[in-house]
Design a protein around this ligand. Structure first.
Ligand SMILES: [Zn+2]
Length: 231
């Protein structure tokens, strides 16, 4: 009998949502749920189709990437997830997709400019894009280095709790949140923001960022200390 029933369930549901939201094809993408009390996360097994997933198939891994419980190999991106759990305090879920619009910006190696209120409802900055990884790191512990690149991009510049998403240059998006479900929700929002920004650029290539007053208004009404959006 597993000690991690709830964690497995959370990770399973998050992975299935990735598919339901249309953010993944074939076996692409992965989501994990983190339990800080036990220092473990539940993550999708490597190369298993979404149709075959179940809570039991999730793999329990500690933050040193050792499998604690499970019969299958964990996602090949596991080391990226655990680097984020080790460095971004308070996050409980991570998601990774190759959703088309977010990937398009990542492949263009461009941050997504904050053009409108949909974007500002979720974060008050551009969606950051990392540098392209150097050759030594690509040849080294690649998945670990992907996480390290994200941490490096944020260091001293962005607060992970306020900017719950990033584009890894030439690769694609990683998102996180206070739960696995929230991490997946942020992947969905990022895809929508990426699509809207691309269309905006196409209509008017010289569109400036939305003005600061509107950014502050939309971000603060949802996330500020006097937030009044929602129930
Ligand atoms: Zn990937």
């Amino acid at each position: 009998m597993t000690r991690f029933l709830t964690l497995r369930q959370q990770a399973y549901e998050a992975n299935m949502l990735l598919q339901r939201y249309g953010l993944v094809v074939a076996t692409f993408g992965n989501a994990s749920a983190f339990d800080p009390d036990n220092g473990v996360c539940a993550i999708k097994p490597s190369g298993v189709s979404y149709e075959e997933l179940s809570p039991e198939a999730m793999v329990i891994v500690d933050l040193d990437n050792t499998v604690v419980e499970g019969n299958l190999r964990p996602s090949s991106d596991t080391k990226t997830h655990t680097v984020l759990y080790r460095n971004f305090e308070g996050i409980r879920g991570v998601a990774h997709t190759h959703s088309s619009y977010a990937v398009a910006w990542a492949q263009a190696k461009k941050s997504i400019p904050l053009f409108g209120t949909t974007h500002a409802d979720h974060l008050a900055t551009d969606v950051p894009c990392t540098e392209v990884m150097n050759d030594d790191k690509i040849k080294g512990d690649y998945e670990h280095e992907t996480g390290a690149l994200i941490v490096e991009t944020f260091a001293g510049t962005y607060a992970p709790r306020e900017v719950p998403m990033v584009l890894v240059a030439s690769h694609g998006p990683f998102t996180w949140g206070e739960s696995a479900h929230k991490a997946v929700y942020n992947s969905l929002m990022l895809e929508e923001i990426a699509k809207m920004a691309l269309l905006t650029r196409r209509i008017a290539p010289d569109t400036p960022r939305m003005k600061q007053q509107l950014i502050a208004k939309h971000y603060e009404r949802k996330h500020g200390k006097n937030a009044y959006y929602g129930q």
